[in-house]
Design a binder for this molecule. Structure first.
Ligand code: FES
Length: 347
């Protein structure tokens, strides 16, 4: 259907020229001869026609889009409340948003008058004839899209359901237990034997100089927060920082495996330069002076675990870490030495 942008034939064009105080006719304005002709819209104005011949089909398409959005968002709510599945949640979220977006775009493209509407400069007062023409055009628009109210309600439902589901994470967060101080400590206690992931205890002569092992406190193999990188950096004890003279028997250094930037596992040991590299964002730490970051975004030294060999050949922890491991978090208090009540190792 033509938009009939230039076709004014047969329409009741209303020109205010006749009412121009200057009496100079159309094209002459009241403000010192400025052109002020007004092209009013009329009920027959083809520009007000919607651009599809079968608006019902367009309405159905828009309704389908909004309905799909509502169903997808309800599906998202159900998936989320059942425990969540990231891929499914992403797909349903995308479908919900796409339904609203495509529906609105189709509504504007196929069910709204397309114009073009170009209004000449006109006198400020609206003539009675203009008002009548506007009223007629408005009524015509209501008739052209028969189910405008229905589509509007569907749109409201789509946005409303989406908004409700959007606050689900907030509601769920109100019922989840707070983490407390569990981020402040690992499972290492005084006397904990260092063991590998299979539970095998690490003996003082198990690792050659230049070798590394991932170790855990005995009884907590695989514990993500406690994972520690044990490095045999030398054959003799190393003092990484003042106060740590006894922390590295036989040249063993034990550092948390969690990067202080974002928590990636720091496990790339470069023996020749005695550095650790985090593969996520390339932070580099020098292990001989307390794993101080010398490159990359990591903001703090990697916490060092004090270890000992009390004569039976097993490597053990002297205590837990002296500060929280991993990246920063809100309640982290770096000025406090965090030592839980000492517990004897389970052996
Ligand atoms: S997580 Fe290690 S540098 Fe970003």
């Amino acid at each position: 259907m033509s938009t009939g942008g230039d076709d004014q034939s047969g329409s009741d064009d209303v020109s205010t020229g006749g009412e121009n105080p200057g009496g100079t006719g159309p094209g002459a304005g009241s403000g010192g001869g400025t052109a002020t002709s007004t092209t009013a819209t009329t009920v027959e104005d083809l520009r007000l026609e919607i651009p599809v011949e079968r608006p019902r089909r367009a309405e159905n398409f828009v309704a389908l889009c909004f309905t799909v959005s509502v169903l997808a968002t309800i599906g998202l709510a159900i998936t989320y409340s059942l425990g969540g599945q990231p891929q499914a949640e992403g797909a349903l979220l995308g479908l919900g948003l796409a339904g609203i977006g495509i529906g609105l775009a189709a509504w504007g493209k196929y069910l709204m008058p397309q114009g073009p509407f170009v209004e000449d400069r006109h006198e400020l007062p609206t003539t009675e004839k203009d008002k009548q023409a506007f009223g007629a055009a408005f009524s015509r628009g209501q008739v052209a899209v028969e189910r405008r109210g229905f589509l509007g309600k569907l749109l409201g439902a789509a946005i409303g359901v989406f908004s409700i589901v959007g606050i689900f994470p907030f509601i769920r967060s109100l019922y989840n237990p707070r983490p407390g101080n569990q981020l402040d400590y690992t499972q290492f206690r005084r006397g904990s034997r260092l063991v590998q992931i299979n539970g095998r205890p690490v003996m003082a002569d198990d690792v050659d100089v230049g070798g590394v092992l991932t170790v855990f406190p005995e009884g907590h193999e695989g514990d993500a927060v406690s994972q520690t990188l044990l490095i045999r950096a030398s054959s003799v004890p190393i003092t990484t920082l003042p106060g740590r003279e006894t922390w590295s028997p036989h040249g063993y250094l034990a550092y948390s495996k969690l990067c202080t930037h974002a928590g990636c596992p720091v496990s790339l040991y470069q023996q020749q330069v005695q550095q650790l590299l985090c593969p996520c964002h390339q932070s580099v730490f020098t292990i001989l002076n307390g794993a101080r970051p010398i490159f990359g975004p990591a903001p703090r030294l990697i916490p060092q675990l004090p270890i000992m060999d009390n004569g039976d050949g097993f490597l053990r922890a002297q205590s837990d870490y002296q500060e929280p491991v991993g990246p920063g978090y809100w309640e982290r208090n770096t000025s406090t030495t965090l030592n839980p009540p000492k517990k004897a190792a389970g052996q």
